[in-house]
Design a binder for this molecule. Structure first.
Ligand code: HAM
Length: 420
């Protein structure tokens, strides 16, 4: 027999038994983001490598170690590791700055990072994300965080924690970085290899190193004093405190985390993450922040912007822990033709219905129904003669018989009652 070819490490098939959850999450993203005035954008999966080294930043792990890059016709091309840079490119290239602000865009699709695969971390993964251009006020930051929370609630995830921080602007952040380096410098030789490189290239990233020896060093009093100090300039402090008062007013629960620095270079001022307690070490379902200099850095007019992206696989794995979604009804009958007629009637009205296609025994069909559906729709001989259907609620065991044309209304009504 020929050797079997397997899926690449760090990539996964999304199989038919899981696709419903994907559709559910995608539909909610579209509904909720549209409600806030966001429009979908689809950009290419391949972009020039330059876009990411200039956009995401060549001091980041993503650009340094994780990009899938190849040459084609002497051009360096990269599979997108994230989509903010691509959306910014498109915003500039398509003259979207001429549209009235804010320009609100959302996207969904595969991203590629050559990372060590583990639970919640893949080499090909999917993000759903948003980018909002043209508003410098903190009300935009608040709206984006509020929408992230709204979307997560809409798919049934409401026990997540929102963490926020401000990274300041290039001016106040530069001073902070210098102070941080001066207190860490005496320990430079004891830091891990990554931190030694970050020390010069990207000192803020020192703060989220997970190596215990480094963490021990960063816990020292004189270093903690710098980390916890308020380094923001007046404008950045004002922006941050206005954001917090919006969030308070909108009842968004959040905590402030001074160690939240994010792994991409483009952020200014607000950064945030939304985390779950049920995901192990890869616990961030959402990451985002403001990037007021990126549009200009990539050749556009100076334009403030903010956005976030969520890992679809992480959202789906949290939903999988919940009860799987069931069919609205499973038809139990020994008359397959009549069962088909009823199934088609109900499907045409938008219900998810299956029926037994192999004429199994009644009891077997009922067993199957209780596994896969909310209701068993029983079409026995009596029901067929009287143009009726017996509906069994498979949660409560309650059963009642109705005229066939009332069946749809009742399942809809009952489903509504159940989902309330
Ligand atoms: P990020 O934090 O790199 O931000 O990714 C956002 C989310 O994508 C993470 O919180 C996580 O849920 C998911 N994710 C990242 N890497 C992986 C992976 N290897 N496997 C599975 N899921 C993963 C960005 O990408 C920014 N572009 C977000 C943004 C938009 N900032 C402003 N606008």
């Amino acid at each position: 027999m020929a050797q079997i070819i397997k899926v690449l490490k760090g990539t996964k098939d999304i199989l038919p038994q899981n696709i419903e959850l994907w559709h559910f999450v995608e539909k909610n993203a579209k509904d909720i983001f549209s409600r806030y005035g966001f429009k979908e954008i689809r950009t290419p999966i391949i972009e020039t490598t330059d876009l990411f080294s200039r956009g995401v930043g060549d001091t980041t792990d993503i650009v340094n170690k994780e990009m899938y890059t190849f040459e084609k016709s002497e051009r360096s091309i990269t599979l997108r590791p994230e989509n903010t840079a691509g959306v910014v490119r498109s915003y500039i290239e398509n003259g979207m700055s001429r549209l009235s602000a804010p320009v609100k865009l959302w996207y969904e699709g595969p991203m590629f990072r050559y990372e060590r695969p583990q639970a919640g971390r893949q080499r090909q993964f999917h993000q759903v994300g948003v980018e909002m251009f043209g508003i410098k006020q903190p009300s935009a930051d608040a709206e984006v965080i509020l929408m992230a929370e709204d979307f997560l609630k809409s798919i049934g995830l409401d026990d997540l924690s929102v963490e926020i921080n401000s990274l300041g602007c290039p001016k106040c952040r530069t001073e902070f970085k210098e102070k941080l380096k001066s207190v860490i410098k005496p320990h430079l030789n004891d830091l891990c290899e990554d931190c030694q490189t970050r020390f010069d290239k990207n000192p803020l990233r020192l703060l989220d190193c997970k190596v215990p020896e480094c963490q021990e060093i960063y816990a020292k009093k004189e270093i903690q004093e710098v980390i916890m100090s308020d380094f923001l300039c007046d404008e950045c402090r004002e922006h941050y405190s206005e954001l917090k008062s919006y969030l308070d007013k909108m009842n968004v629960k959040y905590s402030e985390n001074k160690l939240l620095v994010r792994g991409l270079d483009y952020y200014t001022r607000t950064v945030f993450e939304i985390k779950s307690n049920n995901l192990g070490s890869q616990n961030a379902v959402c990451g985002g922040g403001r990037y007021d200099n990126l549009v200009e850095q990539l050749g556009g007019e100076p334009t403030p912007a903010i956005g976030f992206a969520m890992g679809m696989e992480r959202l789906i794995s949290l939903l999988e822990e919940k009860e799987p979604q069931k069919l609205d009804g499973y038809i139990v009958s020994n008359n397959t033709q009549e069962a088909f007629l009823l199934a088609q009637e109900l499907r045409s009205q938008g219900l998810n219905i299956e029926l037994d296609l192999t004429n199994k025994k009644f009891t077997k069909q009922l067993e199957k129904a209780s596994k896969v559906a909310n209701y068993a729709l029983i079409l026995g001989e009596d029901e067929i003669v009287n143009n009726q259907v017996s509906i069994k609620n498979l949660k409560t065991g309650q059963q009642f018989t109705l005229n066939r044309h009332e069946c749809f209304k009742n399942i809809r009504h009952e489903n509504f009652q159940n989902n309330k």
